[in-house]
Design a binder for this molecule. Structure first.
Ligand SMILES: Cc1cc2nc3c(=O)[nH]c(=O)nc-3n(C[C@H](O)[C@H](O)[C@H](O)COP(=O)(O)OP(=O)(O)OC[C@H]3O[C@@H](n4cnc5c(N)ncnc54)[C@H](O)[C@@H]3O)c2cc1C
Length: 300
């Protein structure tokens, strides 16, 4: 029997170890072939032990949040995909701590329930705390880096707490994109607010977001290359709304979204990405950089 499989079952329990698990089930694009193993890990101690063990045997692994920004290969992933489901949220004065596996929406609601302001803009962003911090997700001129002041992280087997500048937050950027690390939990510094006002702001954000496409996607595909350059608008002006390869389509509702109209493959989505990059570069001279994260072997 496979030693790795035994190890995963020993550590995480057979019910939490999935073999040849389709990544399409775990990503919001609904795309991706099988992961050799996908393990669900509910507590930080097990997560730390697991990652240390996998690093020791040099087994490739990938930490998956909600999979809301991931394009997984049609060929799948020949390693261990780890889904941390720890979701503790705690308050200490104006600080809120949340496990990396907690949903960002749960943190937003928790803040509102405790009359803490500073996260209303994040209403409706599909993310875990880990994925949100990693991406420094943002909306409406705000980003998580404004309030995520400390992050507990496992780096090369050691647990550390990173603060302030060490986190290197920038536009859709954090230190975790440059240096490997498993985010265990984050501390958000919020302000005292009024519950009713917070709720009203959350509703206003929700109304704006209701205009976004509802088909499976990974949100905006490309980063904004510079201030004032709105990718969706440029793509629309080029007449590419509705541009389609197989079931992957540029959403006419928001042209920086590629949506899965049914049975899109990673290959289909990549063809749309390349076409948009070519068209935008020819027209504007700007090469668009993708915001989405690729998982597994990506073939052209
Ligand atoms: C409908 C829709 C709307 C969206 N709107 C927005 C928006 O308004 N603003 C925005 O910024 N984004 C948006 N997105 C994209 C997505 O929500 C964000 O990028 C979000 O931060 C992804 O979080 P996640 O938990 O799904 O991470 P995943 O997509 O699962 O992972 C993203 C990256 O984070 C890493 N990661 C996850 N957890 C950990 C961890 N614990 N430790 C280390 N690394 C980790 C993964 O390895 C991966 O590299 C949208 C997506 C969709 C589908």
């Amino acid at each position: 029997m496979d030693i790795l499989k035994n190890y995963l079952i020993h550590l995480c329990g057979a019910e939490n170890v999935k073999i040849d698990e389709p990544l399409a089930k775990w990503t919001t694009f609904r795309v991706g072939g099988p992961a050799r193993y996908l393990v669900l890990v509910a507590d930080k101690t097990t997560l730390v032990r697991l990652v240390r063990g996998l690093e020791y045997i040099e087994c490739p692994y990938f930490i998956l949040g909600l999979g809301a920004n991931v394009l997984a290969s049609d060929l799948g992933y020949d390693g261990v995909v780890i889904k941390f489901t720890g979701h503790k949220i705690e308050q200490n004065d104006v600080f809120v701590y949340a496990d990396a596996g907690a949903k960002l929406g749960a943190v937003v609601n928790y803040a509102r329930d405790h009359a803490l302001t500073g996260l209303e803009w994040a209403t409706g962003i599909p993310a875990t705390v880990g994925g949100g911090v990693y991406m420094n997700c943002g909306a409406f001129d705000h980003c998580l880096g404004e309030v995520a002041v400390m992050v507990d992280v496992l780096v090369h087997g050691e647990i550390k707490t990173l603060t302030g500048k060490q986190l290197a937050f920038g536009y859709r950027h954090s230190i975790f994109m440059d240096e490997a690390g498993v985010i265990l939990g984050a501390y958000f510094r919020l302000g005292r607010g009024d519950k009713t006002e917070i709720q009203q702001q959350m509703q206003a954000v929700m109304q704006k977001r209701a205009r976004h496409p509802h088909e499976p996607s990974a949100g905006s595909v490309f980063k904004r290359p510079k201030d004032g350059f709105y990718v969706g608008k440029v793509v629309e002006e080029l007449g590419l709304a509705g541009y389609r390869v197989g079931d992957a389509m540029v959403s006419p509702q928001h042209c920086n979204f590629i949506v899965n109209m049914g049975h899109a493959t990673c290959h289909d989505i990549l063809q749309v990405i390349y076409h948009l990059q070519d068209a935008v570069e020819k027209h504007t001279g700007v090469l668009l950089e993708t915001e989405i994260i690729f998982l597994g072997r990506i073939e052209n």
